[in-house]
Write a protein that binds this ligand. Structure first.
Ligand code: HXC
Length: 259
């Protein structure tokens, strides 16, 4: 499959890497790019060899938002009828393998929302996050007003959404949006290291862990804890649970079969 707006490769045969690639527009997100991203994500999710996926951009921009040039001419009828741009974004939520955002440079508007839809964000020290939509007469439209307060709390989310200001990687990490901040030249090494570590664990427990953490954002505490418990119970039916515990008890490295 050849793509025009993204680059796709694998690392170590196990990690799928998707690089957003519209450098002239700082990786601004348009329909074709989002369609390609969805297709590539689904292909990696279905590929038995792949255990983890990384989405990244360029040094200067993860993504500077939805494409303003494309949006500027739209009217209500068009954005409503076509469910602009969100119809493509739901694909990311359906991916069952872990998706890491490796962010350097600008992650603004839809770019910040895209990063927040990934399972966790590793940021380079030059990363800048923000929801600047207010400056162009709109509001975030791909989950920014919902995921930012869940990640950072109401006050920080209101501050960012209402002022449209950018925050740097350190502020994003302090506030809990970002899991780690690393020097720019170490970003991909760090993301790959995390991805390969995840690939080394049992696939079923990795998918179950992702599903269970995500449940925390969709349910009350009692329901979420019960969901976790049932999935936890279910993992005792897997070969990887037997292998992982036997390996621990016999002081050897586990050999997971992803079953
Ligand atoms: C289209 C964009 C773009 C965008 C940058 N470019 N962001 N094109 N859509 N979101 C283009 C510029 O027009 C310019 O093209 C080139 O990329 C380089 O950008 P510069 O502005 O020259 O770079 P710089 O001075 O370094 O400033 C970087 C920047 C600025 C701070 C990121 O580009 C900026 O403010 N961009 C817009 C950010 C934004 O508002 N994002 C939210 C969009 S709304 P030329 O051809 O002039 O070289 C959104 C809603 C999501 O995301 C809703 C989802 C449903």
């Amino acid at each position: 499959m050849s793509y025009e707006n993204i680059e796709v490769r694998t690392e170590g045969g196990q990690v799928g890497i998707i690089t957003l690639n519209r450098p002239k527009a700082l990786n601004a997100l348009n329909g074709p790019l989002m369609d390609e991203l969805g297709t590539a994500l689904k292909a990696f999710d279905e590929d038995e060899a792949i255990g983890c996926i990384i989405i990244t951009g360029s040094e200067k921009a993860f993504a500077a938002g939805a494409d303003i040039a494309a949006m500027a001419k739209f009217n209500f009828h068009e954005v409503y009828k076509n469910d602009f741009i969100t119809r493509n974004w739901e694909t990311i939520r359906s991916i069952r393998k872990p998706v890491i955002a490796a962010v350097s440079g600008f992650a603004l508007g839809g770019g910040c929302e895209l990063a927040m839809m990934c399972d966790f964000i590793i940021a380079a020290d030059n990363a800048k996050f923000g929801q600047p939509e207010i400056k162009i007469g709109i509001i975030p439209g791909a989950g920014g007003t919902q995921r930012l307060p869940r990640a950072m709390g109401k006050s920080k989310a209101m501050d960012l959404v209402l002022t449209g200001r950018m925050m740097d990687a350190q502020e994003a990490e302090r506030g809990g949006l970002v899991s780690r901040v690393v020097p720019l030249d170490k970003l991909m090494d760090e993301a790959l290291g995390a991805a390969l570590m995840i690939c080394g664990y049992g696939r079923l427990s990795v998918m179950a862990a992702k599903e269970s953490v995500n449940r925390a954002f969709e349910s009350g505490l009692s329901d979420g804890v019960m969901f976790e418990r049932r999935i936890f119970h279910g993992l005792f039916a897997t070969a990887d649970q037997k292998e992982g515990m036997d390996a621990f008890l016999n002081k050897r490295a586990p050999k997971f079969i992803h079953g």
